[in-house]
Write a protein that binds this ligand. Sequence first.
Ligand code: NDP
Length: 398
Amino acid sequence: MKHLLIIGAGGVSRVATFKAAVAMKNNDGFNKITLASRTKSKCDEIANFIFERLGVSINTASINADDSAQVASLIEKIGADLLLNLALPYQDLSLMDACEKTKISYIDTANYEHPDTAKFEYKEQWAKNEAFKNAGILGLLGSGFDPGVTNVFCAYAKQNLFDEIYEIDILDCNAGDHGYAFATNFNPEINLREVSAKGRYYKDGKWIETEPLSEHFSWDYPKIGPKESYLMYHEELESLVKNIPSLRQIRFFMTFGESYLRHMRCLENVGMLRIDEVEHNGVKIVPIQFLKTLLPDPASLGARTKGKTNIGCVISGVYKNKARKVYIYNVCDHEECFKETNAQAVSYTTGVPAMIGAKLVAKGVWSALGVKNMEEFDAKPFMDELNQNGLPWEIIEL
Ligand code: NDP
């Protein structure tokens, strides 16, 4: 039984902390949970919600996750055994440093980004592989839905459904409606940096760059219907190309509503998505950070969002000398997620796998030294946990 330290108290953390508390109640992996974030009152609100719903008590603390010495001393003070990073990708490296110093395992859901450069790559986190091995700890990267479950779907296909995989299309559809003309379903700054970046996909040994959201096609998502899906770069492409060497092509597509696209293009045209500092009336501001202040807090969307998400992987290759193509996917309902956790489905689909990753590490079911991605482990125990924790999956032969 392990003491889990969760950093960050936004929408994703609400779900992961709730599900970890359910596991703790069932004596499954955790015997203590501490939730720490910049704004302690947000941790306390989540802790109260969990106590009212489940009768389970968790501890809370205030922390600046950019300060790795401060995090290390919190880890030592409370005696945490593993750290789940649900703050922002900006904090990945400082939190990994704190884990290395205190020799506890680290789990996150998004690759490191520097606030001043929108670069989506694992380079700096993979570079900590030897240091993590020497410290005798595991760094599990990308344990959300995408990355996360999508990597596990691919690993499950590789381990159980194919002799060789040639092509993967990852498809992310959020058909939820929150009634706002424009809002993002997770942290607005991180979301808009990702969506406005150039597209990129892998084909025949090369990376091909495309203009932002310029390539799209319609996919008929089970239980939702046809939706226009736009090619983007997404970080799991980098690790899957490395870990599935037979791959000839891998792409990532996401759906967007007309209103979201229209607003995003307009905001981009007027410079509101800029990530560099500008001076306004003698005050320095970063436009995208100012925009975040104006937009609805994603954690507040839960109560008003209706509809479903469908995220999955179309995988093709050969099995027993015959061509095979499958779609492995999950469908999640915004209103059901809210009923259970007071959070919408994007937070739910990220928070549940974050808890599962932490639990498999806590129980030693996933055990290794160094820095690893999700597809490097046996997919079956993770797939079983998805079924038991509210994210059931299906496979269709295409
Ligand atoms: P939110 O913005 O809602 O929450 C982030 C939390 O981190 C807030 O509580 C914030 O504190 C806290 N935080 C930020 N900076 C610091 C700091 N320096 N020190 C301490 N705490 C800090 O984000 P989400 O819950 O929507 O997303 C959380 C993470 O999940 C992000 O990294 C996001 O990229 C990732 N994600 C991954 C997905 C996947 O499928 N893999 C999908 C969606 C999200 P405060 O409240 O004070 O601002």
